[in-house]
Design a protein around this ligand. Structure first.
Ligand SMILES: C=C(O[C@@H]1C=C(C(=O)O)C=C[C@H]1O)C(=O)O
Length: 253
């Protein structure tokens, strides 16, 4: 779909589709226990030349470099976790539709997403323990982080659509830099309630044990549906709305 024909319905539809990617990524990550050395600086310090940080940091940084060369971050919907020192794209440029107001490019909250994911979310949906699969764990974390980042930064598009639908409502609050009013204007509680119910239902459907005689599940799921709902209600939607507010504050620059 051409980006200049985005509507609130079409951006919401994309967010609904992205729920599938997020829930599948959580299910994949929950397959491993917490494997805490993946996140500790001491596990790889001294073993990786010219690098300091956790194994996860190493995996994400090293993965972003070839993706940057392949043009991934030229897409305004993609945001790197380590934008410093990324190599330039080496592929022919694609003419992405210019739907967003240009200051959108300065908004990247991946550092917050990273901290929230590691310090708050992981322990809610992953079992304690250590099975030594640190590299595979980091690879699963990378997929989760990318899916979360894409969804949360999609708030820029949501905000642009909302602004275009009623600029006269948003402009005074933008000029007054009034974050609280902007937050109220862009919040739709009914939509948020529906999101929380739908993601719990998806977690039940995607995370059930599939057997040939329908007797395998016994109410057990690969990730707890109520936890998925909570991740959305407490973190994913608030961070999306934070991006919406940040975007709107720059909308008249
Ligand atoms: C994304 C939207 O904006 C807000 C954020 C939501 C979310 O992150 O899912 C849902 C409803 C709104 O309160 C929207 O209106 O769809």
């Amino acid at each position: 779909m051409a980006k200049n024909s985005l509507t609130l319905e079409s951006v919401r539809h994309s967010l609904i589709r992205q729920e599938d990617s997020i829930i599948f990524s959580l299910i994949e990550r929950a397959h491993f226990p917490i494997n805490s050395p993946t996140y500790s600086q001491s596990y790889v310090s001294n073993s990786i030349p010219a690098f300091s940080g956790s194994l996860l940091r190493f995996v994400v940084k090293e993965t972003e470099a070839p993706l940057a060369k392949a043009g991934r971050y030229a897409n305004p919907e993609e945001h790197p976790f380590f934008p410093e020192d990324l190599p330039p794209s080496v592929v022919p440029p694609h003419n992405f539709a210019k739907f967003l107001h240009p200051p959108a490019a300065s908004i990247n909250i991946n550092q917050d997403i990273w901290d929230t994911y590691i310090n708050k979310l992981l322990q809610l949906f992953v079992a304690p323990g250590d099975d030594g699969n640190y590299a595979s764990t980091a690879a699963s974390d990378l997929v989760c982080l990318q899916a979360l980042s894409r969804r949360i930064h999609y708030g820029k598009l949501v905000a642009e659509v909302k602004f275009r639908e009623s600029p006269q409502e948003y402009e005074p609050a933008i000029r007054a830099k009034d974050r609280d009013t902007l937050m109220k204007l862009l919040t739709f509680e009914k939509v948020e309630e529906a999101v929380m119910k739908r993601v719990a239902k998806k977690a039940m459907m995607f995370g059930q044990e599939v057997t040939l005689n329908n007797d395998g599940n016994h109410g057990k799921y690969k990730v707890d549906p109520s936890v998925v709902s909570r991740l959305y209600g407490d973190w994913i939607m608030p961070l999306t709305k934070h991006v919406e507010v940040e975007y709107l504050l720059r909308r008249l620059d």
